[in-house]
Design a protein around this ligand. Structure first.
Ligand code: GCB
Length: 581
């Protein structure tokens, strides 16, 4: 019964990194299991031969080593293209602590996995980009423990994303694994934010790990001289609303974060929390009541120069600093929830965030199973990041086509998102805005889109779509009453290639620069334009991008090469963003 509870629970502890953590990073043993025979052979038990006639084929003795965190692809040449199953394992020492609980927390495993601790299955999870956990208090042993994880990164038609997508399908335990030690009853989750449209009233909901009524929870914001207490109800949850005079709101220009301390019984925990308002007013996005133009850039969770997934704080710093250097006040985490270090780093630096689930083209909208996965993805993303004030937009899809099944699927998903968090703007990126010659303007028909707060448009004028006229002449009439973000535009260029500014197949920086100038000229005609997000900050790895000389498995739409060298288009956006400041 205990196990079922673990497997079906969506519970995710808030701010796991702020806890008493034993990191299980380092070199893990690994066995390639191409034919999926490991589970049947009980590979998750560290067996040794018994007696003279016994032998073990899938032996951990002498197995190869892989770094955790880390994708497997970049670690060994034979794994560069590998899609399938790899088993990971390691021993670790810990202590059973009477009267305390232990959670095993995985920040991200790509794409699906089964986790075994001391021979028992403790968790199963699908979805490369969100965390999961298991309460292992009763399974952990004093001294030596053995953890084994079956990791599989096959693309599946029912999965999110599905069979193909324009980024590398990195496999492995790509983010941190940790064992968290907690009091028997601990502060499990919290959601602390401004109350409604107020700028000085704070609202807090705090959930204990057990459903105990009458437990006192104290919330302190020492810098503001605030200390409030509330009692839990029968569901173990306490709510409080209080005035916070003197509260400074978070914004890109002033990314103020407060240290918030929560305590209850023997547990206490701190989190850095900022407060801001984000709403729309007609065609404007208002941050703390002021219209803001979104100077955004997308990037993948990748250190492209090393052809690997980004996972560390240092990686997060590299990516977010590169966005800030461009003059951005916002980042789009394409196309999935990236690791928590990136989100927190961006928040500290004053970058607003658009965060999305990888519901990217090719999704099976007819499948109930897939809907369940989408619901869970969204729930896990919001559960992890709802206290991050930098996140201003939740996006639920990228480039989906209108239709009965898709409309029903996304409408339901959007309602679910709003139920989980009504304090943000909901958006999606669409590629169905077309130039209608007879009307002399861009239009878009999509009834689902009309339900969103903000419309994202991916439009590759001059690359996937030829220019029908001079850019200055192209009018836009796409959801004219709502804020519109050009959430993608651009083209490929190889760093250091010059000339032929009028020929796409030159792959030249000059063609890309010209295309950017033309797009910026066209954007002046979009009355409801609330921001832009060029595609993309860095060239990135993708199996789609085959051209042997010019791409070599890199999508070359970066403003920066994979090594961080600035292409001409980088300077164009840099200047444009400086003017928009
Ligand atoms: C898109 C996708 C993005 C691709 C990009 C491209 O519309 O949203 O994931 O990488 O186009 O380069 O084609």
């Amino acid at each position: 019964m205990f196990l079922t509870a673990i497997l079906t629970s969506l519970s995710l502890i808030t701010a796991p990194y702020n806890r008493d953590v034993q990191l299980l990073d380092g070199q893990w043993s690994a066995i390639i299991d191409q034919y999926e025979t490991g589970t049947g052979k009980g590979i998750y038990i560290d067996k040794k031969p018994e007696g003279k006639t016994d032998f073990i084929e899938f032996s951990w003795d002498g197995a190869m080593k892989l770094d955790v965190p880390g994708d497997w692809n970049h670690q060994r040449p034979e794994l560069w293209w590998y899609e399938g199953t790899i088993w990971y394992s390691r021993h670790f020492n810990t202590e059973k602590e009477p009267g305390r609980r232990k959670l095993l927390y995985f920040a991200g495993v790509s794409c699906r996995c089964d986790v075994y601790l001391n021979g028992q299955k403790v968790a199963t999870h699908e979805g490369a980009f969100t965390p999961f956990q298991a309460d292992v208090t009763d399974i952990i042993r004093d001294g030596d423990n053995f953890i084994a994880v079956r990791v599989n990164n096959n693309r599946l038609a029912s999965a999110i994303p599905a069979m193909s997508f324009d980024w590398w399908n990195y496999g492995g335990i790509t983010r941190e694994v940790m064992l968290i030690s907690l009091p028997e009853t601990y502060i499990d989750t919290w959601f602390i934010r401004l109350s409604g449209n107020s700028s000085k009233t704070v609202e807090a909901e705090v959930q204990l790990s057990s459903n105990e009524a009458g437990r006192k929870i104290t919330i302190e914001i020492p810098e503001l001289g605030i200390r409030k207490s509330a009692l839990t109800g029968a569901d173990g949850k306490a709510s409080a609303e209080f005035k916070a005079p003197g509260l400074k709101l978070w914004s890109p220009g002033q990314p103020v974060l407060y240290s918030v301390r929560l305590s209850s019984g023997e547990d206490s925990v701190e989190d850095e929390i900022g407060f801001r308002q984000i709403v729309t007013d007609g065609t404007k996005v208002l941050l703390n009541g002021n219209p803001v133009f979104l100077r955004c850039i997308s990037f993948h969770e990748e250190i492209a120069k090393e052809s690997r997934r980004a996972w560390s704080e240092k990686d997060a710093e590299e990516l977010t600093k590169a966005a800030a250097a461009l003059g951005c006040n916002m980042i789009r985490l394409a196309h999935y929830p990236q690791n928590e270090h990136i989100v927190r780093m961006a928040e500290r630096m004053g970058l607003m965030i658009w965060e999305e689930i990888p519901l990217w083209q090719g999704i099976d909208f007819t499948s109930g199973e897939t809907y369940g996965k989408a619901d869970r993805y969204l729930t896990e993303m919001i559960a992890r990041d709802r206290n991050r004030c930098a996140i201003c937009f939740w996006s639920i899809s990228n480039e989906t086509r209108p239709g009965k099944d898709r409309d029903a699927f996304l409408t339901r998903l959007l309602a679910r998102g709003k139920e989980l968090d009504s304090s943000r703007l909901f958006t999606s990126a669409f590629d169905v805005a077309y130039y209608i010659k007879e009307a002399g303007e861009f239009q878009m028909k999509d009834s689902f889109a009309s339900l969103l707060d903000v419309i994202g448009i991916n439009k590759y004028m001059g690359w996937y779509a030829p220019w029908p006229d001079d850019p200055e002449n192209l009018r836009w009439n796409v959801f004219p009453g709502k804020p519109l973000i050009i959430s993608e535009f651009g083209c490929e260029a190889k760093y250091g290639r010059y000339g032929n500014a009028d020929t796409a197949s030159s792959w030249s920086e000059d063609y890309q620069a010209e295309l950017f100038k033309k797009n910026l000229a066209m954007f002046r005609n979009i009355d409801n334009l609330a921001g832009i997000s060029p595609w993309i900050l860095y060239d990135f790895r993708s199996p789609y991008r085959q051209h042997p000389a010019n791409q070599d498995f890199f999508n070359r739409k970066g403003l920066l090469s994979e090594n961080g060298e600035r292409k001409k288009a980088w300077y164009i956006i840099h200047d444009y963003y400086n003017e928009k400041k």
